[in-house]
Design a protein around this ligand. Structure first.
Ligand code: PLP
Length: 434
């Protein structure tokens, strides 16, 4: 490293110390966010280094991240994207590729999912002309059950896509077995659950494809970003093509002729020898992420195990503080799982002598950030009122979540003091209002 570069990076470390003065926690004054990124001096240095090298597009750092992340997540391939929503779009769109021949999903085919969740788990189904089949969830785990998904499978059902809600795994092994038994594709939206395990294996390793988000609220961050993972090489190739404009060629940006046949193809009705770099086998997108994002992803990835341990610790501490509190349904880990929690979910008993809004207002007044369980029941939102979908069973619990549920944070930057203040505040509120 040149002296000037080393000096600059050293200055960046010093700058980081100055920019992050150790502020004492003042209850009721210091903001306790529900989620956020934990960024250290090495994250800042990584971003500056990438900027010094002018790594402004996808390149070697993106490829290195893909290979390290795939290894960490126990999958053969990872494809970096510009968001978790893009990752979901790619995963579902990949299932419609005609390279899948008789397994290809076609317009009108059905995909089973849950009604209560994040919109961009469901949107790619609609965006591909497929039909979502909504099932309900359980309160407490906020996931659906294998029985509900099994009951929703009909003659047109071709795939299942489910998110592990707020880090809590659903029974992914049993879900994969169900998908196998009915010859369905299974996509795990793992955006909120990186580091969680079910039956001893990482979530994201059970499905044909899994997706991740690197938005700052999530377990690892790149600012914006996402990833599609798979161990199925045919699906990996389709995902890459769809991500990279739909092209047939798989050369990384800036490289040519890795297949040694660049001018030897004849595809479609193109002339013999048409440049493979510009032959398109899918109607694709450009959903790539940049090396600047990947640089941050690499330093964040090194801290994943530490982040996972802190999320678990914070969740456990708050769960212990609140154990036995009346009128509130506390979260439960799915049996046989070890969640890397995204948040701490609470449902106010509909018969409680207070409302969710009152609890939320009380907490927000104490600077304790709250969130709702994303969209609640998606079918009640304006965007979905006129969409074509099927519902199997009642959406009773999805409606309860829409009206009664909130969550507070457990992310790694929260300290014991903060978690204790959140716990004590909830107990104060219930004692005063209960
Ligand atoms: C379950 C789930 N899926 C997908 C996404 C979308 O990720 P992104 O915000 O990176 O597009 C989110 C975002 O929070 C999410 O919670």
């Amino acid at each position: 490293m040149s002296d000037r570069r080393a000096l600059l990076l050293d200055e960046v470390r010093k700058f980081h110390q100055d920019a992050q003065p150790n502020q004492p926690f003042i209850p009721g004054v210091t903001e306790i966010w529900p989620s956020g990124a934990l960024l250290d001096a090495e994250d800042r240095v990584a971003l500056v280094e990438a900027a010094l090298d002018m790594r402004i597009a996808a390149g070697p750092l993106a490829r290195r991240f893909e290979s390290e992340f795939a290894r960490k997540m126990h999958r053969r391939k990872a494809h970096l994207t510009n968001s978790g929503s893009s990752a979901n779009l790619l995963a579902v769109s990949a299932l419609t590729s005609d390279l899948l021949e008789d397994r290809q999903l076609r317009p009108g085919d059905e995909v089973v999912t849950v009604a209560a969740g994040f919109p961009t788990t469901v949107n790619p189904i609609l965006q591909n002309g497929l039909v979502p089949v909504f099932v309900d969830i359980d309160l407490g785990t906020y996931n659906t059950s294998v029985e509900r998904v099994a009951a929703a499978i009909g003659p047109k059902t071709r795939a299942i896509i489910l998110a592990h809600t707020l880090g809590n795994p659903y029974p992914a092994r049993e879900m994969a077995e169900l998908a196998d038994a009915h010859d369905l594709f299974f996509v795990e939206d793992n955006c909120d659950a990186v580091g969680s395990t079910y039956d001893g294996a990482l979530t994201g390793t059970f499905g044909d494809l899994s997706t991740v988000s690197f938005y700052p609220a999530h377990h690892l961050t790149m600012g914006e970003g996402g990833c599609v993972l798979t161990s199925n090489l045919a699906l990996a190739r389709i995902v890459e093509s769809l991500r990279d404009w739909g092209r047939d060629c798989w050369c990384p940006p800036g490289e040519s002729n890795t297949c040694l046949k660049r001018f030897k193809y004849q595809l479609g009705t193109l002339p013999q020898g048409y440049d493979h770099k510009y032959i398109y086998s899918h109607v694709g997108y450009n959903l790539k992420a940049t090396d600047l994002q990947a640089a941050l992803g690499l330093t964040q990835l090194a801290k994943l195990d530490e982040f996972t341990a802190l999320r678990r610790r914070n969740w456990r501490r708050l769960r212990e503080r609140l154990d036995g509190v009346p009128h509130l349904l506390l979260p439960e880990a799915t049996p046989n799982s070890e969640p890397s929690w995204f948040g701490f979910v609470i449902t106010v008993d509909p018969a409680a002598p207070f409302t969710r809004s009152e609890l939320v207002a009380f907490l927000e007044d104490r600077r304790i950030g709250t969130r709702q369980l994303f969209a609640g029941n998606l079918t009640r939102h304006p965007a979905y009122l006129n969409q074509h979908y099927r519902v199997v069973g009642e959406l009773t619990n999805s409606d309860i979540v829409t009206e009664q549920t909130l969550w507070v944070g457990v992310y790694p930057a929260l300290t014991d003091e903060m978690i204790d203040y959140v716990g004590a505040s909830i107990l104060d509120f219930v004692a005063a209002r209960g």
